[in-house]
Design a protein. Structure first.
Length: 589
């Protein structure tokens, strides 16, 4: 990462020591961290808790006799933004704010960077009035007003002379251009730094839109408007990195990119589809360096944790994990396998793709193009003498039936299904054509899960919710009367979203004798869910409501990812526990 002159230098650290804000040891440690991360000095000191934004702005402002501003609450004048070349603003990390009486006011995090002010004075022919602002706020404002890679695109426009032209420049002419390569790398780097799980590159008639999925929600990332002239080059560059055929634009393609950043390796799975305005790309980001999460970290707790652990300790049968794409099913299954992983057990997985490398576990990547499908691999795996198997996804009748028969021959099998809730998994298997008696005799339990965003711990605040919002939950009144909840105010740590990270919520159905009878009788998903609730199942909405009352997530998040429960004619129990014989009963039975 290129460092902005002055902002990241020792001189600014000496200033902070002189005004009594920090100790020299604090600055020395921050400088060492700065060499690794490239972040600005004030940003590191603030994140380390050594310095606060308010103290920084007030003390340095008073010491130097210059005003301070909160640039996040200001709207720079268009005339001021146009007066300074983009490259100069980004190089010196300054934000032009306004022009008045021949003076340009600029926000800077380093008021001692006189070289920057001299260059600005020379280029703009204006006097320069610096005002103090926090480095991270300036960076965010520069990105918002100029877009990702603005300096890169500005350089490319000047080199190609295409600033005002309307036609698009052919991608094949620029795919190996250093500026295009740098711009694509900036897109990926920005996404990783923002904790994004997916990058969406979407061409439209008048723009190339780039969006990041962060904590399950898509956010548009600002890019320079002129990037639309180079959209073919950007798309072709990504396809070259993913080892795709750049000449084929009529058919969907899949590829992968290995990307290294900050000592970590990332696996990017790339998918393209043709659209009227070029190809639309989605890049799924997988961190190969990340460790397997424990069940407790995922959101399992109390009775739900005890129940799930009891299920995975069974010697044979199927455990189904359901939920939509991106709901964390695979992460939950990896956590379960990590609990079971030992030298006494042979564990084999069949996945598409392999998201985490697990030591001591045999992992197989399916390759449908050569006939290496889930069903075909399953047929061969029994000769590998496994104890535990993970089938990444049960998509069709053939895979479902082989998986179930594998469980019936004495193996513990984990697999995933795409259903809206846990009860729907039984109906889904029956719809695939699996015989009801096979489902009833093989399934141990079913788990449905969703991911809700965590409230940012740095800006969490308590409030009393509106009665109308609580009534929309359709929960018994005694569960919410007089309750107080939490929400995120929005801060620099969470990029003013109010959320940071995600946690899973669950509903678990252990297969009881009564549920097996209902499965054989082909009862509907609604009837199975009703019986499961009567048995003591905590629904997704109830589980989410617990997390909201604990201050982990918000009421809005629970409402967003769960559907309304109907408790009509059903007695609700607080939990379900296994009895000594290994079957399950509702507390109160």
């Amino acid at each position: 990462m290129r460092q902005a002159p002055g902002v990241l230098g020792r001189r600014f650290g000496e200033l902070l020591v002189d005004v009594g804000l920090v100790q020299q040891d604090d600055v020395n440690r921050a400088l060492v961290e700065q060499e690794k991360s490239g972040r600005s000095l004030d940003e590191i000191l603030i994140s380390n808790g050594v310095l606060t934004e308010d103290a920084l702005l007030s003390r340095v402002s008073e010491y130097l006799g210059i005003p301070s501003v909160d640039v996040t609450k200001l709207s720079p004048e268009p005339e001021a933004l146009r007066a300074v070349p983009v490259q100069l603003s980004l190089r010196y990390h300054v934000l032009p704010l306004a022009i008045s009486d021949g003076t340009l006011r600029v926000a800077t995090a380093d008021p001692l960077n006189y070289t920057a002010f001299d260059d600005l004075r020379l280029v703009t022919k204006l006097e320069i009035e610096p005002v103090l602002a926090v480095s991270a706020d300036i960076r965010d404002c520069l990105k918002r007003h100029f877009g990702i890679g603005a300096d890169t695109i500005d350089q490319l426009m000047r080199e190609s002379g295409a600033r005002d032209q309307k036609e698009e420049i052919e991608g094949e002419d620029l795919t190996e251009d250093a500026t295009i390569i740098r711009f694509v790398n900036q897109i990926i780097t920005e996404a990783i730094n923002d904790r994004a799980t997916d990058i969406h590159i979407e061409p439209f008639e008048e723009e190339l839109r780039i969006r990041y999925r962060i904590d399950g929600i898509l956010y548009e990332s600002p890019v320079p408007p002129s990037i639309r002239h180079y959209q073919s080059a950007v798309i072709s560059r990504v396809k070259i990195m993913a080892d795709m055929n750049i000449a084929e634009k009529r058919l969907p393609q899949d590829g992968r990119i290995n990307f290294k950043l900050g000592g970590h390796e990332y696996d990017l799975r790339v998918s393209t589809v043709p659209t009227p305005y070029d190809e639309s790309l989605v890049l799924r980001i997988l961190n190969r360096s990340s460790s397997i999460m424990q069940l407790e970290e995922l959101g399992f707790e109390g009775d739900a944790l005890a129940l799930f652990k009891r299920m995975i300790d069974r010697p044979h049968g199927i455990i189904l994990v359901t939920g939509p794409t991106g709901s964390g099913k695979t992460t939950t299954l990896y956590a379960a396998l990590d609990k079971l992983n030992s030298v006494e057990r042979k564990i084999i997985t069949i996945e598409d793709p392999i998201e985490y490398q697990m030591h001591g576990i045999t992992q197989i990547q399916v390759l449908p193009k050569i006939g290496l499908t889930f069903a075909n691999v399953l047929r061969s795996l029994l000769r590998q003498d496994p104890d535990v198997m993970l089938v990444g996804e049960t998509r069709d009748h053939e895979t479902a039936e082989i998986t179930i028969r594998t469980a019936l021959t004495g193996h513990l099998v984990f697999t995933t299904l795409h259903t809206n809730d846990a009860a729907g998994a039984v109906s889904r298997l029956l719809d695939m054509g699996v015989e009801p008696f096979l489902v009833a005799s093989s399934v141990i339990g079913i788990i449905a899960q969703r991911l809700v965003r965590r409230i940012c711990p740095d800006c969490k605040e308590v409030y009393r919710p509106d009665k109308a919002d609580l009534m929309a939950l359709n929960m018994p009144r005694e569960q919410w009367e007089g309750v107080t909840l939490c929400k995120g105010r929005g801060c620099e740590s969470c990029k003013y979203l109010g959320y940071k990270g995600r946690i899973a919520i669950y509903e678990i159905i252990p297969m009881t004798d009564r549920l097996r009878e209902m499965t054989v009788a082909k009862c509907s998903a609604a009837e199975i869910k009703k019986q499961a609730i009567a048995n003591g199942m905590v629904t997704l909405r109830q589980y989410g409501w617990r997390k909201a009352k604990e201050g982990v997530t918000t009421l809005e998040e629970v409402m967003r990812v769960t559907q309304e429960d109907s408790f009509e004619d059903v007695e609700i129990f607080d939990n379900v526990l296994p009895d000594e014989g290994g079957s399950f009963r509702a507390v109160g039975d």
